[in-house]
Design a protein around this ligand. Structure first.
Ligand code: HEC
Length: 196
């Protein structure tokens, strides 16, 4: 009788979830930061694109030029202040040398290129690592940016970019490498750094 009662007691505990398997402790802070930073990266790119497209409709590529340049840099700054994280866009073939990828970003960009070559690329891939210093930890997260149809007027082939745009680009970015992209190409990464 005692044994049966004991068995019953244990089953009730298990069924109600009072006895749980011991799971390895998750880094809750990191998991939460990954969600917040991933969301911010997506939002940043979406807002940037919608401003770019609206400006193109209103004033053509000439007036949109500063959206992808000054607005992007400004936008990244205000976004960073507002959200307490550092947002950037980086690319091997950059127009602005401020957008050169760092060591981890080079690795991630290469990984994207390899996945594209192997035809198993997923545009929703999220890369991350934790950078540690003596007394702090920083989440570094990145997502790929693909070229869209709307982008070719400024990042496409010589024939696709209007002469006045080419002139403006050449004046402002004498070392421009961000041309000859086609829709669907890997354009770069949007990256976020966030203290944990
Ligand atoms: C009206 C012209 C124009 C259009 C359209 C445009 N861009 Fe740009 N893009 C620029 C300029 C100018 C820069 C340099 C930005 C800077 O100074 O940081 C740039 C920079 C970038 C960068 C940062 C890396 C680098 O090369 O310095 C990315 C990524 C990028 N563009 C992606 C896109 C995508 C994706 C689209 C389409 C949704 C797009 N651009 C459409 C003009 C444009």
């Amino acid at each position: 009788m005692g044994r049966i009662l004991m068995l019953l007691f244990v089953s009730v505990l298990v069924l109600t979830g009072c006895v749980k398997k011991v799971e390895p402790k998750k880094d809750a802070k990191l998991e939460e930061a990954k969600i917040v930073a991933g969301k911010a990266a997506g939002e940043f790119m979406k807002e940037l694109k919608s401003i770019l497209v609206a400006e193109m409709k209103k004033g053509g590529p000439e007036s949109a030029l500063n959206v992808c340049s000054d607005t992007a840099q400004e936008f990244a700054k205000t976004y960073s202040v507002k959200k307490g994280m550092e947002l950037k866009r980086v690319s091997f073939l950059n127009r602005n040398e401020a957008n050169i990828p760092d060591e981890a970003e080079v690795m991630w960009l290469k990984e994207c290129e390899n996945m594209m070559k192997a035809e198993n690329f997923n545009k929703d891939t999220v890369f991350f690592r934790v950078e540690r210093s003596a007394n702090s930890r920083t989440l570094h997260l990145a997502k790929p940016i693909l070229l869209a149809e709307e982008c070719v007027v400024c990042h496409g082939t010589d024939e696709q970019i209007p002469a006045n745009i080419k002139k403006l680009i050449a004046e402002k970015y004498p070392n421009d490498k961000a041309v000859n992209f086609s829709p669907g190409d890997l354009r770069g990464l949007v990256t976020v750094k966030m203290k944990l």
